[in-house]
Design a protein around this ligand. Structure first.
Ligand code: FES
Ligand code: FES
Length: 166
């Protein structure tokens, strides 16, 4: 099948590639770029394991063609930590509050939580639960995921207040 040239920014890095128009973004990321943080669960838009951030929106990358990411800015879990390895506050909070067990949902869950906190930096518990309702977790019962997102929100708000005071 004829391939289409696309270029995008992935986790801050410029990428150029030739893709078949039928290739899904999740397959492009995992199989061609070897970016395997986003997982494949259902491939039918239900589970959220494949969630990535695309141009400031959470998307399920099993439901987006790679060609639709042409010109886009894409963030996956691989792009969350700083270059020196310092974890993003969400990653740190998931670790500290036991927001994961098997970890299968975690990359998608954290990527979704990242956008949720951009949209609403100080969410209530109900807003967090609603915000992650498109991401399924089979292990945790969600309690510690909600705690972790809430703790990360507080941590990030504290950081911003500190920056503002400096
Ligand atoms: S693999 Fe994409 S939503 Fe489940
Ligand atoms: S930690 Fe196992 S599915 Fe969420």
């Amino acid at each position: 099948m004829a391939k289409t040239q696309i270029s995008l920014t992935l986790n801050g890095k410029e990428i150029e590639a030739l893709v078949e128009p039928r290739t899904l973004l999740i397959h492009f990321l995992r199989d061609e770029l070897k970016v395997t943080g986003p997982h494949i669960g259902c491939e039918t838009t239900h589970c959220g394991a494949c969630t990535v951030d695309l141009d400031g929106k959470s998307v399920k990358s099993c439901t987006v063609f790679a060609v639709q990411a042409d010109g886009a800015d894409v963030l996956t879990i691989e792009g969350m930590a700083q270059a020196d390895g310092t974890l993003h506050p969400l990653q740190q909070a998931f670790r500290e509050h036991h927001g994961l067990q098997c970890g299968f949902c975690t990359p998608g869950m954290i990527t979704r939580a990242y956008r949720l906190l951009k949209e609403n930096p100080n969410p209530t518990e109900e807003e967090i639960r609603m915000g992650i309702s498109g991401n399924l977790c089979r292990c945790t019962g969600y309690q510690n995921i909600v705690k972790a997102i809430s703790a990360a929100a507080a941590e990030m708000a504290g950081g911003e207040m500190k920056e503002a005071a400096e």
